[in-house]
Design a protein around this ligand. Sequence first.
Ligand SMILES: Nc1ncnc2c1ncn2[C@@H]1O[C@H](COP(=O)(O)OP(=O)(O)O)[C@@H](O)[C@H]1O
Ligand SMILES: [Mg+2]
Length: 280
Amino acid sequence: MEKIKEALAKAKQYAKHKAPSEPVAEHLHKISSNKTNNFIDTENELGNIAYQNTKVVKLDTRHLEKNRIVAHIKNNAVTSVFDSLRTQVLQKMEENNWRTLAIISPTPGSGKTLTSINLAISIAQQPNKTAMLVDFDLRRPRIANYLGIHTEKSLNDFLAGKAELGEIMVNPGIPRLVVLPTQRPVSRSAETLSSNVVANLIRDLKDRYKSRVVIFDLPPMLNSDDAMVILPQIDCVLMVVSNGMSTETEIEQTLHHVPQENLLGVILNRSDTPEKSYYY
Ligand SMILES: Nc1ncnc2c1ncn2[C@@H]1O[C@H](COP(=O)(O)OP(=O)(O)O)[C@@H](O)[C@H]1O
Ligand SMILES: [Mg+2]
C-alpha cells in the first residue's frame, strides 16, 4: 500500500508539473482538418431531439446494483464519491475545452469499466451535460454486460462496416446518456483502433455536440498496444489504480505513456477509506 501511495504521490506531482496545454488530439485535428467547427445547437441534444432515433433499452436496477453501478441512485454514499469526481473532471475538461476522456489502468481488473459507467451516469445527471460512453476495450468488452444491454447491432458491426452509427447508439433509459456497446471481442484490436474508421468516429462523436462528454473505456495499458494506439486521439486521461493490484513499477510504466499535461488525475480504487478512494 505504501509503495502505491508513493507512486500516486509521484503521479500527483507529475500531473501538477505542467500548465495545461493544447491536447494532442486537438493538435492532430488541426493538422488533419481545416474544416470549421460545425456544432449543432446544444439545445438539440439536451432536448432529446438527438435521441429520437436512438434505441432505448430499459435497465434492470437489481442487475445494476449487483454489478456495483450506483451513480443513478440518489443519496448513496458511493454515488456522492462519483458526483465529486464528476465535478472535478468536468471542471478540468471545461477549463481546457476538452470533450473526450480515456479511462486507463496499468493492469486488468482495476475498475476501469465500473468507473467509466458510473462516471458517465453521474455526468448525465447534470442538466447541462450529455454523456457518451464508448466501449473501446475491444479485447474484453464488458459495458454491455455490466449494464445488461443486449442489442442486435453494436460497435462490432459499425467497425466491420455493417452498421451506421445511429443504429448502434443505445439510450439506457437514463436521460442524456448514450452508450456505444461492444458485444464481442474484436480480433486485431490494435489495428482496428488505429484505423481511419475509428479516427473518424472519435472526431464525429467529439465535434457533434459541445455539451457532450465522451468517455472511452480502454483495455489495460501494459497488456497490449491498444490503449497506447488510441490515447493520442483522446483529449485527456483518468487513471484507475486498484489497491494492491498494480506494482509501483507498473504504475510508473503506465504514466510514462501518458502525456503529463493530459493526465486529469489518478483514482485509487478499492481504497481502505472509501471517501478518499480517488484523488487529484
Ligand atoms: N471498488 C470496488 N469494490 C469492489 N469491487 C470492485 C470495485 N471496483 C471494481 N470492482 C470489481 O472488480 C472487477 C473488475 O472491475 P472492472 O471495472 O471490470 O475492471 P477493469 O475494467 O479495469 O478490468 C469487477 O467484478 C468489479 O465489480
Ligand atoms: Mg474493463
